[in-house]
Design a protein. Structure first.
Length: 217
């Protein structure tokens, strides 16, 4: 039986837990540092899903075929290192945290030293609409091998960008600068337009400009 361990049970971790069950994986363990607080979102998610929580990161990942790290960006390296005592040789370590290339490299170094197989992953869209069918960029020396096995875990839209750790993360971060920058500009423009009572006119103008650009391609 395939065993999967989730490190982090926030929004993304919960989606993975739900969809892994849908994919037929029943042996699922979870660990989150926030389990120490019964009122935390992670604790709430565990209760809502009816998942028994592990007592520690090493015990959660012990014997797992796949470890999914879905924590905050700042905890990427700490999460990887916390699992090291429990990792087994050959275990997949799927790191989808939105961290810097340097953090990904540090996490990979800790994981690979155990004989486990670290795979850098970058989620390239919000997790909600397509869930595990969302697009993921993969990187690292084990990325191609994992891409072939990913569908067994319900992850169907994967693209290997490099055999070097850090390039998938860099791609996502650079994309985020553009996308979030455009979102901020649009928000500021629409707030100003609302103040002046021209919100709908401004939206129509933006739409017309978009259509013109598409027509010129």
């Amino acid at each position: 039986m395939t065993r999967v361990a989730l490190v982090g049970l926030g929004e993304v971790g919960r989606v993975f837990a739900e969809d892994l069950r849908t994919a037929g994986i029943r042996d699922l363990t979870v660990w989150d540092t926030a389990f120490a607080d019964p009122a935390s979102p992670a604790s709430h998610n565990a209760r809502a899903l009816g998942i028994a929580t592990s007592g520690s990161a090493p015990s959660s990942v012990a014997g797992a075929d796949l470890v999914i790290s879905a924590v905050t960006a700042a905890q990427c390296v700490a999460a990887a290192r916390s699992t090291v005592p429990g990792l087994s040789s050959g275990t997949w370590f799927f790191d989808l945290n939105s961290s810097s290339p340097g953090h990904k490299q540090s996490a990979a170094s800790a994981v690979d030293a155990t004989g486990a197989r670290y795979v850098e992953a970058a989620l390239m869209s919000p997790i909600g609409p397509r869930r595990l069918a969302s697009p993921f960029l993969l990187g690292g020396p084990h990325a191609h091998e994992f891409a072939s096995a990913a569908t067994a875990f319900g992850v169907s839209d994967v693209t290997v960008v490099s055999d070097k750790i850090g390039r998938a993360a860099a791609t996502k971060l650079c994309r985020s600068v553009v996308v979030k920058g455009l979102e901020s500009l649009l928000t500021e423009a629409l707030l100003a337009a609302r103040v002046h009572g021209v919100e709908h006119l401004a939206l129509d103008a933006v739409h017309a400009s978009r259509e013109q650009c598409l027509g010129e391609q």
